[in-house]
Design a protein around this ligand. Structure first.
Ligand SMILES: Nc1ncnc2c1ncn2[C@@H]1O[C@H](COP(=O)(O)OP(=O)(O)OP(=O)(O)O)[C@@H](O)[C@H]1O
Ligand SMILES: [Mg+2]
Length: 331
């Protein structure tokens, strides 16, 4: 398919995810819009439970059964797949878009050697022969830094360390040469140095292959090193997004400010300096949250924050959902 270069690789508009639970409907993702362009990394950050994984699963068409997606536009390479048949979405997934899961065993089947798992989609989507697919698998295992790649193909996932499993999963995601890669934060079960290696590898591959990447992380230090744009999520909404440097230098949403106060960012915090915490808890995501979801925890909360708050700023530039900053200056 030919593609207009001005067209974002991923264009999400008005995404909502509702999950049916015994307690009622949980609004896990509430009107989320963002775009990612070719060669660009967008980081999605926010506390546990804010809807990062649900957002990415919704884009990939991989939501759990209890979850329902609605969206006004979900376009991959210019093709709106918000109402596409499962068959079409399956064809795009693995081919044009791929995902790296938070937990590698979500993607790897314990019952098959990794070689079979790496080659399966390539044979299916590309009509490749077995030897071609095997060559491609070896090439990618080497690319993700796995030594003696040829011998690894016959191994089972449980024979690999957590770090190697992550690398295999990255190789698997790249087999068909996707243009969009969504990487959910490498499992926090990995130790810190391995996690850092995996993130560095992802950043290198993204730059080398020029793909559009959405990287989900809790870590603003990672954002500062890897991404050009960042979207900050809170309670199922994007409360602020924009270029990383601008957003870190002058956050416009108090939640972003709170995150920056909590997490060491190279150059902002001196080693050993105590970090802040954001007092209070995330609101329950059942029922309506008409005003600002951060209201209960915000040091600047005002009565007008209880009314609906429109997104301010331009779609391509900075956007924020807070009354403190009017367009073009302080309110
Ligand atoms: N299968 C499910 N059934 C019911 N609720 C769910 C399910 N999966 C997720 N949720 C809820 O949906 C909301 C968003 O979850 P999500 O997994 O997207 O968060 P997250 O930002 O990825 O968090 P983390 O950083 O911990 O991975 C949470 O409130 C979570 O409890
Ligand atoms: Mg998650």
């Amino acid at each position: 398919m030919t593609m207009n270069h001005a067209e974002p690789v991923l264009d999400v508009q008005g995404l909502k995810v509702d999950i049916a639970t015994p307690r009622g409907t949980l609004h896990a993702v509430r009107d989320v819009s963002f775009q990612v362009r070719r060669g660009e990394t967008l980081c999605l950050v926010g506390e546990s439970g804010c809807g990062k994984s649900m957002t990415s699963l919704a884009v990939m068409g991989l939501l759990p059964k209890a979850a329902r997606r609605s969206t006004s536009r979900l376009a991959v390479l210019g093709e709106d797949i918000s109402r596409a048949r499962a068959r079409r979405v399956n064809a795009l997934r693995g081919n044009k878009m791929a995902m790296i899961f938070q937990e590698p065993m979500t993607a790897l089947n314990p019952a098959y050697p990794i070689g079979d798992q790496l080659t399966e989609h390539y044979i299916h989507h590309r009509g490749a022969s077995r030897p071609q697919a095997r060559d491609r698998a070896v090439e990618l295992l080497e690319k993700v830094g796995i030594a003696s790649a040829g011998q690894r193909l016959s191994q089972y996932p449980h024979q690999l360390s957590g770090g190697l499993r992550q690398r295999v999963m990255i190789a698997m995601a790249l087999m068909c040469g996707p243009e969009l890669l969504i990487a959910d934060e490498p499992s926090t079960a990995l130790d810190v140095t391995i996690q850092a290696q995996i993130l560095r590898l992802l950043a290198e591959l993204q730059a080398e292959l020029g793909i559009a990447m959405v990287l989900i992380t809790h870590d603003l230090g990672v954002v500062a090193r890897i991404a050009r744009r960042v979207a900050v999520m809170y309670a199922g909404q994007i409360v602020e997004q924009g270029p990383v440097a601008e957003l870190f230098a002058a956050p416009r949403h108090p939640y972003t400010q709170g995150l920056l106060d909590c997490i060491p960012v190279p150059g902002r915090n001196r080693p050993g300096e105590p970090l802040g915490t954001i007092a209070g808890v995330v609101p329950a995501l059942y029922g309506d949250l008409p005003g600002c979801a951060f209201y209960q925890r915000c040091p600047h909360a005002q009565p007008r924050c209880r009314a609906p708050i429109a997104l301010r700023g331009g779609a391509g530039a900075r956007q924020w959902r807070c009354v403190l900053h009017a367009e073009g200056g302080r309110a």
